[in-house]
Ligand binder design. Structure first.
Ligand SMILES: [Fe+2]
Length: 358
């Protein structure tokens, strides 16, 4: 298998944030951002947060990470979380967290209004920290009908594992008709091809980590990541891969027919789709439609990668589906917050241009 080919050129996805006197995106900026969202399924808004605003978000994350009673998430990779390769947790609905989330929503209202009604629930507010030695996630789609927001509260380098996206693979009415009506089938083939390479990449990396002093394996970690029977969709777990127990990528996806298609369409796949890795600077905010193909890469640097994240439903959502696909903090489950509540939040409303959000 060839190595995963990833571009670092995000220029077509970027829109510099332009704010009006109330600290909200200008109409012109909203128009540009929506054009990029429509075409690619995501937009990278640079300089949306000031240094001070990003610092507030970073402090929220620090406080959460330092809390021994924090609510660790089951998403991303439970095994990585267990071995402290990642620390993904839900943030509680404290006034400070809610205010930060509200400030972001109010600033982004022009874009979010296209997708969210005031009655749509906030599904989760989380912090995504990854450390050296984490696995590269498989390329996947999050549950559909959601818009997710990542805020870089400090610089994130490529080495630290800025999120990888496959632009223009989001799903919408008519999308399947692209590429002679084969768009979704070709996207799935591309995903399988990428995930073959990610499996090999992760296995090689784990093998090297056996003798790596910078990121030594914990007792039992190798077995847990490669041969465990425990559920985890983003580890190079050979046992679950062979048994077909990984819904993201398993041997059952590599039927002779699929292998033939991968070979037959190899050139088309290479020209139609490509992986782009983001490396957001402090203050950059990324919005993406949840059904866009993406993955959280491994952190290849000694510096932790931290992101603030929140997701809002683009439709009404069944509680069962909500809790299966997202990780609301118990305080959010107890007292749901809706998009309209965030827009109305007095904590951050009418704050001036570049003022701290809370
Ligand atoms: Fe995801």
């Amino acid at each position: 298998m060839n190595q995963l080919e990833v571009s670092n050129d995000t220029s077509v996805l970027e829109v510099p944030a332009a704010l009006d006197g109330k600290g909200r995106l200008t109409d012109d900026c909203v128009r540009k951002a929506l054009t990029v969202m429509d075409a690619h399924g995501l937009v990278v808004l640079t300089d949306l947060l000031s240094e001070e605003q990003a610092d507030v978000g970073a402090e929220l994350i620090r406080q959460t990470i330092d809390d021994p009673d924090r609510k660790r998430g089951a998403f991303a990779s439970e095994t990585d979380n267990h071995y402290m390769r990642r620390d993904f947790c839900s943030l509680p609905s404290t006034p400070l967290v809610t205010s930060f989330a509200a400030g972001l929503c109010q600033r982004l209202e022009g874009i979010l209004a296209r997708y969210c009604d005031r009655s749509h629930p906030l599904l989760e507010v989380t912090t995504l920290t990854s450390y050296l030695g984490s696995s590269h996630q498989y390329i996947h789609r999050d549950p559909g009908g959601v818009i997710s927001i990542f805020a870089a509260v400090e610089d994130v380098s490529e080495q630290q594992g800025g999120t990888v996206f496959v632009p223009s693979t989001h799903m919408y009415d008519g999308a399947e008709r692209k590429h002679s009506g084969n768009a979704y089938a070709l996207m799935e083939l591309f995903r399988i091809r990428c995930n073959c390479r990610i499996l090999v990449y992760n296995l090689k990396k784990l093998w090297r980590m056996r003798k790596d002093r910078a990121a030594p394996l914990a007792p039992g970690e190798f077995l847990d990541r490669v041969f465990s029977s425990k559920w985890d969709e983003h580890q190079p777990n050979l046992l679950r891969f062979v048994l077909g127990k990984n819904s993201q990528f398993s041997l059952r996806m590599l039927s002779p027919r699929t292998l033939w298609k991968l070979y037959r369409h190899r050139k088309a796949l290479g020209s139609l789709f490509h992986l782009v890795q983001t490396a957001p600077r402090k203050g950059t905010v990324i919005l993406y439609l949840s059904d866009l193909l993406h993955a959280g890469p491994d952190n290849r640097s000694p510096h932790p990668r931290r992101l603030f994240s929140m997701s809002i439903a683009r439709d009404s959502i069944e509680p069962k589906r909500w809790h299966a696909g997202y990780s609301p903090h118990p305080t959010l489950t107890e007292r749901p917050i809706f998009y309209g509540d965030l827009l109305d939040s007095p904590l951050s409303a009418s704050r001036g241009h570049r003022a701290p959000l809370p």
